[in-house]
Design a protein around this ligand. Structure first.
Ligand SMILES: [Mg+2]
Length: 257
């Protein structure tokens, strides 16, 4: 791969934030190996590609706890938010509505996520993705809207922390910093000392794809559920896998960075 000049952290973040606005058009899909070619960093979303966070503690249960917390503050919650069953959506609404409330909701959400990851379901082949990436010479970062504490707790509990070079996850009550913002992607790149063109991001939602595109990183979709593949393609994913075993194979057989 071409030699590069290691940029400073602030320069990387500046270059990422300058890209805020409509995401650039995604280049035509080049196949999984083509998307991985020449990259030296693998960025992985957490909920989906690494584990099913709310498999044991259902997301609607967590969302309900947050709604009750907000109710204690006598702040009316819009029906679509209250009925979403999505704790991150509830948090995002609270963060935008009132920073103080957002901070209280974020703290509770972190506790719920830590409880959830203790009984989360591992994604098949996720550990092999980490080991195959490492064996290929790549650096690995986790980029997650979930709390950094919960992400690190899961990685440690499953013996995966040695396979991850950086974690860029939620540490702030400001939900605007979460994906689809490129902020966390930029933090991961800065931690790895990489420029966007050197990285791919694997995620299971359109917001992951958008965050990657905004940051200038090549997006790979992980279609963990039926019907998601088309959504990820439409969002701009340059390749989509339905099974992480395909990503493992591509990392093992593809060109070394
Ligand atoms: Mg996800």
């Amino acid at each position: 791969m071409a030699r590069y000049t290691r940029p400073g952290v602030s320069a990387i973040l500046d270059s990422v934030h300058e890209r805020l606005g409509p995401p650039p058009a995604s280049p035509p899909p080049a196949g999984l190996s083509g998307v991985l070619a020449g990259t030296r960093c693998l960025l992985l979303d957490f909920d989906g590609p690494i584990c099913d966070v709310f498999a044991g503690l259902p997301a609607p249960t967590a969302a309900g706890r947050l709604i009750r917390l907000i109710g204690d503050s006598h702040v009316p919650v819009p029906a679509d938010v209250a009925g979403s069953g999505d704790p991150l959506r509830v948090f995002s609404w609270a963060s935008a509505a009132d920073p103080g409330l957002g901070a209280r909701v974020e703290a509770e959400l972190t506790e719920l996520e830590c409880a959830a990851v203790a009984i989360a379901t591992p994604t098949p082949h996720a550990p092999e993705v980490l080991s195959a990436a490492r064996a290929s010479g790549r650096l690995v970062a986790v980029v997650s809207n979930n709390s950094e504490r919960a992400v690190r707790a899961y990685l440690a509990a499953h013996g995966l922390d040695d396979g991850v070079d950086a974690v860029a996850a939620r540490t702030s009550p400001d939900a605007a910093l979460l994906k689809p913002s490129p902020h966390l992607v930029g933090k991961a790149l800065a931690a790895l000392g990489a420029v966007p063109a050197e990285a791919v991001l694997v995620g299971d939602l359109g917001t992951d794809v958008r965050a990657a595109l905004l940051a200038g990183v090549r997006p790979i979709g992980y279609a963990s559920k039926p019907g998601v593949r088309a959504t990820l393609r439409q969002a701009g994913a340059q390749a989509v896998v339905g099974d992480l075993a395909d990503l493992v194979a591509a990392l093992r057989t593809g060109l070394r960075p």
